[in-house]
Each structure stands twice: as structure tokens, then as C-alpha cells.
Ligand binder design. Structure first.
Ligand code: PLP
Length: 387
């Protein structure tokens, strides 16, 4: 029988517990289990935004661009080791949806002759919409991704590594290998994986990926997303939005368009500098803690959460096998839609709801305490019993 004392003991023994002090937490009594939607605010981000606006922008004015121009690739290079990528393969820019659109085009251009893009019916909505829109623009067909699908004529597959509803993690290496053997390129959506679990893109043979920085990486609301492309594809990579930030001689206005020879080929226009430094600070904190330690804490938090769900009689579709899950615990309940606002109003617990019947409890390694997981699930159990 797990008790709150067990959670207190786990917090006391947690090697990452000290990282909570690196975040702005105005109300320590709030049980925040939604860092899988929006991570908390790093203290250094506050200071950095202040100095960026007050000194770099106000003081240096246009001269600030000497440093800001390289931010998308600099922040990408800082993020690369967290996902098993190399320098020059990751850029931080735009939103996950825009980046996915670019990569669907780029991947399809590498597989001319194949007419199909595959995506699952229950994939994250924006990914499905982007696939449908890109397929329409390219004159391709969309096929439903499911077990046993024929991949023989598939050019591109879009798939989340961690399911945004159930928290289930796909077999990154196994699925990528099967797709590559069949001649298809998989674009992995890492939104719910990056900064939560260990991801080694090169070890898994991944060719393309996208993801965001505002969830487990604590980059801040609207922090830009990232794109990864394996270096062996860079020279051939053609993406549809040719902006001046992808042009090698950006300020040679008379030179014909000639894109960079690395992932900067995916850049489009002026980057959101204020948001990019938020991403940079969030990534730096995770890198400082170490991805292995962060992933180990994620596993411990979710394991504790699942054990509590079992004890409380709450039904969770999140896999028991730690290698097959991400950074949140899902609870299925017929009243999930009503339970989430009640958790906030009656128990001071922030979780989120995903249709049709899922309560998501996010476990962010740098900020979530075992006592938060305990209190959140305890409150959910009590409210569910009275629902
Ligand atoms: C799995 C997944 N993919 C894509 C997106 C869309 O991201 P963006 O708003 O950066 O385009 C989200 C947003 O939460 C997401 O969770």
C-alpha cells in the first residue's frame, strides 16, 4: 500500500529535486501536472528576457542581430545532444505544424514516384491536417496508418513517438527500420518525447523529425519548434518555403537563391528572438541536469503514478513497460471532461482533458514532485468516486 509518506521519501531521495529552485513557482501548493502542455518558467528566462530587451535590444538596437542571426542554429545545436542528433542537423524555428509541412514536402521530393502519405486516424490533429493539406498541394493520397498497412507505395509516414493521449511510446528503431526497408521516410513528431525520455535519433536510423520546446523543455509559451534532418540528406533537401534565412549569402541581395548545406536550409524568415532565448534557457536546464537523469526521473514519476492509479482503481491505458511510455500518465474516465475543471477548482490540481475520456497527468522531471503525483491522483480518485 503506497502512502503519502512514500512520496515524501521519494522526493527526499530525488537527485533532481534541487532543480525546482531554478523555476519561478509563485504558489508551491499548486499541484501542476500539465508541464506536458506548457512547462514551468525557468528563473534564468526571466533574467534573460530582461537583459535581452533592456540591454541587447534597447542598447545595441540593430547591432543585436550580430548575435541573434545564429540563434536558430545555435539553439538547435544545444538541443541536438538531447535527441541523439549532431551539430548542424537541428534548427529551432517556426511551429511544429509549419516544420512538419516543410518536411512532408521535402520527404516527398526525395521519394518521387511514390504517391502516398500515411498518418494514423488518431494522430495529433494538427499533424493530420498538415498531412492532408500537404498531400492536396502535392497531388498525393493520404492512407490510414495502422497495423499491417502496405508500405510498398508509401513515400512519407508521419508518426508521433509518444501518443499525446495514452502516453504510449512507439518503437522508434523498429518502426523506422521497417519503413526504411519499404522505401518510406518517417517524419517523427517528438513533441511529447523531447525532454522527457531518452531519444537517440541516429541510433534508430531516423531521417527526419520535428518537435516543440514549450512542453518538457520549458521553453515558454510560443517558444519555437525544431526540425531535424539527417546530415546525409541535407544536400538533396528541397523544402517549399524559400525564405532569405535559408539562403547562404543572406545579405547578398542580388545572388540567386542558394540554400545552406545543413539544416539551416529549413529556415524561412526573421526568427522570434525573444521566444528563442526562452527555448535556449529551457534546453540549457535540461542539458545541465543530463538527459539520462531526466529520463530516469520521468520513468520513476510515471511508474509511481501508475502504481497509484492501480491502487486507486483508476483505469490507465499508459503502458506499464517503462521503455514504451512517455512523460504523462493517462487516466480513462467517462466523466473526464468534467473532472479536470473540478480538480482545479476543488483540489488545486492542474491536469488536462483530451477527448473523449482522458485525464492527462504530466510528469516533468525538473519540476514535478512525487508528492504532486500522489496528491493529484488522490484528488482524482476522490472526485471520480463522487462523479
Ligand atoms: C504531438 C503534437 N504535435 C504537434 C503539435 C502542434 O504544435 P505547434 O502548435 O507547435 O504547431 C502539438 C501541440 O501541442 C502536439 O502535441
Amino acid at each position: 500500500m503506497l502512502t503519502r509518506a512514500d512520496a515524501v521519501a521519494l522526493d527526499a531521495a530525488d537527485p533532481l529535486a534541487r532543480y525546482r529552485a531554478d523555476f519561478v513557482i509563485p504558489d508551491p501548493s499548486l499541484v501542476y501536472l500539465d508541464g506536458n502542455s506548457l512547462g514551468r518558467t525557468p528563473r534564468r528566462t526571466l533574467a534573460r528576457l530582461g537583459s535581452l530587451a533592456g540591454e541587447e535590444w534597447a542598447g545595441r538596437l540593430i547591432g543585436g542581430w550580430d548575435d541573434w542571426l545564429s540563434l536558430p542554429s545555435r539553439v538547435g545545436d544545444a538541443l541536438a545532444p538531447l535527441i541523439g542528433a549532431h551539430t548542424g542537423e537541428v534548427v529551432v524555428h517556426d511551429s511544429t505544424s509549419v516544420n512538419l509541412f516543410q518536411l512532408v514536402h521535402a520527404a516527398a521530393a526525395l521519394r518521387t514516384g511514390r504517391r502516398v502519405v500515411a498518418v494514423a486516424d488518431d494522430e495529433f490533429p494538427s499533424d493530420r491536417y498538415v498531412v492532408a493539406g500537404a498531400a492536396q498541394a502535392l497531388g498525393l493520397d493520404v492512407r490510414r496508418l495502422r497495423d499491417g498497412i502496405r508500405l510498398g507505395d508509401v513515400a512519407v509516414i508521419v508518426r508521433s513517438l509518444v501518443d499525446y493521449r495514452t502516453g504510449e511510446a512507439a518503437d522508434l528503431a523498429g518502426f523506422t527500420a521497417a519503413a526504411r526497408d519499404a522505401g518510406a521516410i518517417v517524419i517523427w513528431d517528438l513533441c511529447h518525447a523531447v525532454g522527457a525520455i531518452e531519444v537517440d535519433l541516429h541510433a534508430a536510423g531516423v531521417q527526419m523529425a520535428v518537435g516543440c520546446t514549450y512542453k518538457f523543455l520549458n521553453g515558454g509559451p510560443g517558444a519555437p519548434a525544431f526540425s531535424f534532418v539527417d546530415h546525409s540528406l541535407h544536400a538533396k533537401l528541397q523544402q517549399p518555403i524559400h525564405g532569405w534565412f535559408s539562403h547562404r549569402d543572406q545579405f547578398e541581395t542580388d545572388s540567386p537563391y542558394a540554400p545552406h548545406l545543413d539544416a539551416r536550409r529549413l529556415l524561412i524568415g526573421t526568427p522570434p528572438v525573444l521566444s528563442l532565448v526562452g527555448a535556449e534557457e529551457g534546453i540549457a536546464l535540461t542539458a545541465h541536469a543530463g538527459m539520462a537523469a531526466v529520463a530516469a526521473k520521468t520513468t520513476a514519476l510515471t511508474q509511481f503514478g501508475l502504481a497509484l492509479c492501480d491502487q486507486a482503481g483508476l483505469m490507465s491505458p499508459t503502458p506499464r513497460d517503462a521503455a514504451r511510455r512517455g512523460g504523462h500518465v493517462a487516466v480513462v474516465h467517462r466523466d473526464a471532461r468534467a473532472l479536470v475543471p473540478r480538480l482545479a477548482a476543488e483540489a488545486h490540481v492542474v491536469a488536462d482533458f483530451r477527448p473523449p475520456d482522458i485525464v492527462r497527468l504530466g510528469c516533468s522531471a525538473l519540476t514535478t514532485r512525487f508528492t504532486d503525483v500522489y496528491d493529484g491522483i488522490d484528488a482524482l480518485m476522490n472526485l471520480a468516486a463522487s462523479a
